[in-house]
Design a protein. Structure first.
Length: 218
Protein backbone atom coordinates (compact mmCIF):
# COMPACT_ATOMS: atom_id res chain seq x y z
CA UNK A 1 0.00 0.00 0.00
CA UNK A 2 1.37 3.41 -0.88
CA UNK A 3 1.91 5.92 1.91
CA UNK A 4 -0.13 9.09 2.35
CA UNK A 5 2.92 11.13 1.30
CA UNK A 6 3.17 9.11 -1.90
CA UNK A 7 -0.54 9.66 -2.51
CA UNK A 8 -0.08 13.42 -2.19
CA UNK A 9 2.79 13.44 -4.68
CA UNK A 10 0.85 11.19 -7.06
CA UNK A 11 -2.14 13.53 -7.02
CA UNK A 12 0.13 16.54 -7.53
CA UNK A 13 1.92 14.85 -10.42
CA UNK A 14 -1.26 13.78 -12.13
CA UNK A 15 -2.88 17.19 -11.80
CA UNK A 16 0.25 18.92 -13.08
CA UNK A 17 0.23 16.50 -16.00
CA UNK A 18 -3.29 17.40 -17.02
CA UNK A 19 -2.52 21.10 -16.63
CA UNK A 20 0.44 20.87 -19.03
CA UNK A 21 -0.80 18.88 -22.03
CA UNK A 22 -3.01 19.89 -24.94
CA UNK A 23 -5.77 17.74 -26.41
CA UNK A 24 -7.30 18.22 -29.86
CA UNK A 25 -10.86 16.98 -29.48
CA UNK A 26 -13.58 19.64 -29.34
CA UNK A 27 -16.32 17.50 -27.78
CA UNK A 28 -17.54 17.23 -24.19
CA UNK A 29 -14.83 16.45 -21.64
CA UNK A 30 -11.94 16.49 -24.10
CA UNK A 31 -13.22 19.74 -25.51
CA UNK A 32 -13.28 21.27 -22.04
CA UNK A 33 -9.74 20.04 -21.45
CA UNK A 34 -8.65 21.54 -24.76
CA UNK A 35 -10.20 24.91 -23.88
CA UNK A 36 -8.68 24.82 -20.39
CA UNK A 37 -5.19 24.21 -21.75
CA UNK A 38 -5.45 26.85 -24.47
CA UNK A 39 -6.94 29.58 -22.32
CA UNK A 40 -5.60 29.01 -18.80
CA UNK A 41 -1.89 29.74 -18.39
CA UNK A 42 -2.03 29.99 -14.61
CA UNK A 43 -4.59 29.25 -11.95
CA UNK A 44 -5.38 28.95 -8.28
CA UNK A 45 -8.13 27.32 -6.25
CA UNK A 46 -9.13 25.85 -2.90
CA UNK A 47 -9.55 22.09 -2.64
CA UNK A 48 -10.85 19.24 -0.52
CA UNK A 49 -9.13 15.90 -1.01
CA UNK A 50 -10.59 12.57 0.04
CA UNK A 51 -8.34 9.50 -0.01
CA UNK A 52 -10.12 6.16 0.43
CA UNK A 53 -8.10 3.01 1.09
CA UNK A 54 -9.68 -0.38 0.30
CA UNK A 55 -10.91 -2.15 3.42
CA UNK A 56 -8.98 -5.02 4.92
CA UNK A 57 -10.84 -8.21 5.72
CA UNK A 58 -13.36 -7.57 8.45
CA UNK A 59 -12.79 -3.80 8.41
CA UNK A 60 -14.46 -0.82 6.77
CA UNK A 61 -12.75 1.39 4.22
CA UNK A 62 -10.48 4.05 5.70
CA UNK A 63 -11.13 7.61 4.51
CA UNK A 64 -8.79 10.56 5.05
CA UNK A 65 -9.87 14.12 4.25
CA UNK A 66 -7.57 17.10 3.80
CA UNK A 67 -8.04 20.71 2.73
CA UNK A 68 -5.83 23.33 1.22
CA UNK A 69 -4.95 25.55 -1.73
CA UNK A 70 -3.39 25.04 -5.16
CA UNK A 71 -1.58 27.33 -7.61
CA UNK A 72 0.14 26.61 -10.92
CA UNK A 73 1.91 28.37 -13.77
CA UNK A 74 2.66 26.55 -16.99
CA UNK A 75 4.79 24.86 -18.03
CA UNK A 76 6.48 23.50 -14.91
CA UNK A 77 5.59 25.20 -11.64
CA UNK A 78 2.93 24.37 -9.06
CA UNK A 79 2.25 24.57 -5.35
CA UNK A 80 -0.07 22.61 -3.04
CA UNK A 81 -0.55 23.71 0.56
CA UNK A 82 -2.38 21.17 2.73
CA UNK A 83 -3.69 23.09 5.73
CA UNK A 84 -5.95 20.59 7.52
CA UNK A 85 -5.64 18.21 9.26
CA UNK A 86 -1.87 17.95 8.59
CA UNK A 87 0.25 20.85 7.41
CA UNK A 88 2.16 19.80 4.29
CA UNK A 89 3.42 21.66 1.24
CA UNK A 90 4.37 20.38 -2.23
CA UNK A 91 6.28 22.84 -4.42
CA UNK A 92 7.61 22.34 -7.95
CA UNK A 93 9.96 25.12 -9.07
CA UNK A 94 10.81 23.72 -12.51
CA UNK A 95 13.89 21.84 -11.33
CA UNK A 96 13.09 20.39 -7.91
CA UNK A 97 9.97 18.88 -6.37
CA UNK A 98 9.78 19.61 -2.63
CA UNK A 99 7.59 17.87 -0.07
CA UNK A 100 7.60 19.62 3.31
CA UNK A 101 5.94 18.05 6.34
CA UNK A 102 5.53 20.61 9.14
CA UNK A 103 4.74 18.08 11.89
CA UNK A 104 7.74 15.92 11.06
CA UNK A 105 9.97 18.98 10.52
CA UNK A 106 11.22 17.26 7.37
CA UNK A 107 11.60 18.32 3.74
CA UNK A 108 12.24 15.93 0.86
CA UNK A 109 13.76 17.15 -2.41
CA UNK A 110 13.67 15.20 -5.67
CA UNK A 111 14.60 16.11 -9.20
CA UNK A 112 11.35 17.28 -10.70
CA UNK A 113 11.68 15.44 -14.00
CA UNK A 114 12.39 12.20 -12.15
CA UNK A 115 9.58 12.67 -9.65
CA UNK A 116 6.97 13.49 -12.27
CA UNK A 117 8.15 10.60 -14.37
CA UNK A 118 7.59 8.13 -11.54
CA UNK A 119 3.89 7.64 -12.31
CA UNK A 120 2.21 6.85 -15.64
CA UNK A 121 -0.07 9.88 -15.35
CA UNK A 122 2.93 12.18 -15.16
CA UNK A 123 4.04 11.05 -18.63
CA UNK A 124 1.31 13.31 -19.97
CA UNK A 125 3.36 16.32 -18.90
CA UNK A 126 6.02 15.51 -21.48
CA UNK A 127 3.61 14.78 -24.33
CA UNK A 128 3.73 17.29 -27.17
CA UNK A 129 0.20 16.57 -28.41
CA UNK A 130 -2.70 14.17 -28.04
CA UNK A 131 -1.07 11.61 -30.33
CA UNK A 132 1.92 11.45 -28.02
CA UNK A 133 -0.45 11.05 -25.07
CA UNK A 134 -2.26 8.20 -26.76
CA UNK A 135 0.99 6.29 -27.01
CA UNK A 136 0.75 5.73 -23.27
CA UNK A 137 -2.93 6.32 -22.47
CA UNK A 138 -6.35 5.46 -23.75
CA UNK A 139 -8.28 8.74 -23.65
CA UNK A 140 -12.04 8.95 -23.75
CA UNK A 141 -14.96 11.21 -22.98
CA UNK A 142 -17.30 10.17 -20.20
CA UNK A 143 -20.95 11.05 -19.88
CA UNK A 144 -21.56 14.34 -18.13
CA UNK A 145 -22.53 13.91 -14.48
CA UNK A 146 -22.65 15.98 -11.28
CA UNK A 147 -22.78 19.09 -13.48
CA UNK A 148 -19.34 18.29 -14.93
CA UNK A 149 -17.82 17.15 -18.23
CA UNK A 150 -15.39 14.27 -17.75
CA UNK A 151 -12.22 12.93 -19.39
CA UNK A 152 -10.86 9.49 -18.58
CA UNK A 153 -7.25 8.34 -19.10
CA UNK A 154 -6.23 4.69 -18.70
CA UNK A 155 -2.54 3.73 -18.94
CA UNK A 156 -1.80 1.23 -21.68
CA UNK A 157 1.02 -0.28 -19.62
CA UNK A 158 -0.03 -2.56 -16.77
CA UNK A 159 3.31 -2.08 -15.00
CA UNK A 160 2.60 1.37 -13.55
CA UNK A 161 0.94 2.38 -10.31
CA UNK A 162 -2.35 3.69 -11.71
CA UNK A 163 -5.52 2.09 -12.99
CA UNK A 164 -7.33 5.23 -14.06
CA UNK A 165 -7.35 9.02 -13.92
CA UNK A 166 -10.51 11.12 -14.35
CA UNK A 167 -10.72 14.89 -14.61
CA UNK A 168 -13.92 16.90 -14.43
CA UNK A 169 -14.67 20.41 -15.67
CA UNK A 170 -17.47 22.85 -14.97
CA UNK A 171 -17.47 24.83 -18.18
CA UNK A 172 -13.78 25.42 -18.76
CA UNK A 173 -12.91 25.51 -15.06
CA UNK A 174 -11.12 22.65 -13.36
CA UNK A 175 -13.50 21.02 -10.86
CA UNK A 176 -12.44 17.47 -9.92
CA UNK A 177 -9.45 15.17 -10.18
CA UNK A 178 -9.91 11.47 -9.38
CA UNK A 179 -7.13 8.87 -9.28
CA UNK A 180 -7.51 5.11 -8.79
CA UNK A 181 -4.23 3.32 -8.15
CA UNK A 182 -3.28 -0.31 -8.66
CA UNK A 183 -3.88 -1.08 -4.96
CA UNK A 184 -7.48 0.11 -5.14
CA UNK A 185 -6.80 3.36 -3.30
CA UNK A 186 -8.91 6.23 -4.61
CA UNK A 187 -8.00 9.91 -4.33
CA UNK A 188 -10.63 12.53 -5.19
CA UNK A 189 -9.71 16.21 -5.16
CA UNK A 190 -12.53 18.73 -5.60
CA UNK A 191 -11.72 22.36 -6.44
CA UNK A 192 -13.65 25.50 -5.54
CA UNK A 193 -13.08 29.23 -6.04
CA UNK A 194 -11.07 28.46 -9.17
CA UNK A 195 -9.46 31.59 -10.66
CA UNK A 196 -8.05 31.46 -14.19
CA UNK A 197 -4.96 33.41 -15.22
CA UNK A 198 -4.18 35.28 -12.01
CA UNK A 199 -0.86 37.11 -11.74
CA UNK A 200 1.11 34.88 -9.36
CA UNK A 201 4.29 35.85 -7.54
CA UNK A 202 7.32 33.77 -8.54
CA UNK A 203 8.13 33.45 -4.84
CA UNK A 204 5.17 31.07 -4.46
CA UNK A 205 7.11 28.45 -6.41
CA UNK A 206 10.38 28.78 -4.54
CA UNK A 207 10.99 26.74 -1.40
CA UNK A 208 13.64 27.28 1.24
CA UNK A 209 13.63 24.77 4.12
CA UNK A 210 13.06 26.54 7.45
CA UNK A 211 15.84 26.49 10.01
CA UNK A 212 16.03 23.23 11.93
CA UNK A 213 14.21 21.17 9.29
CA UNK A 214 15.81 17.90 8.18
CA UNK A 215 16.37 17.84 4.42
CA UNK A 216 16.40 14.56 2.50
CA UNK A 217 17.57 14.58 -1.10
CA UNK A 218 16.62 11.68 -3.33
Amino acid sequence: MITFHQALVRVASALFAFCCVSAQSQTTGLGALDAFIKNTRSGRAQFVQQVTSPPKEGQIARVRVSRGSFEFVRPNRFRFVFQKPLQQTIVADGQTLWLYDVDLAQATARKQAQALGSTPAALIASASDVRAMETDFELSNEAASEGQDWVQARPRSKDGGLQMVRIGFKGTNLATLEILDSFGQRSVMQFTQFEANPALDNALFQFKPPAGVDVLRQ
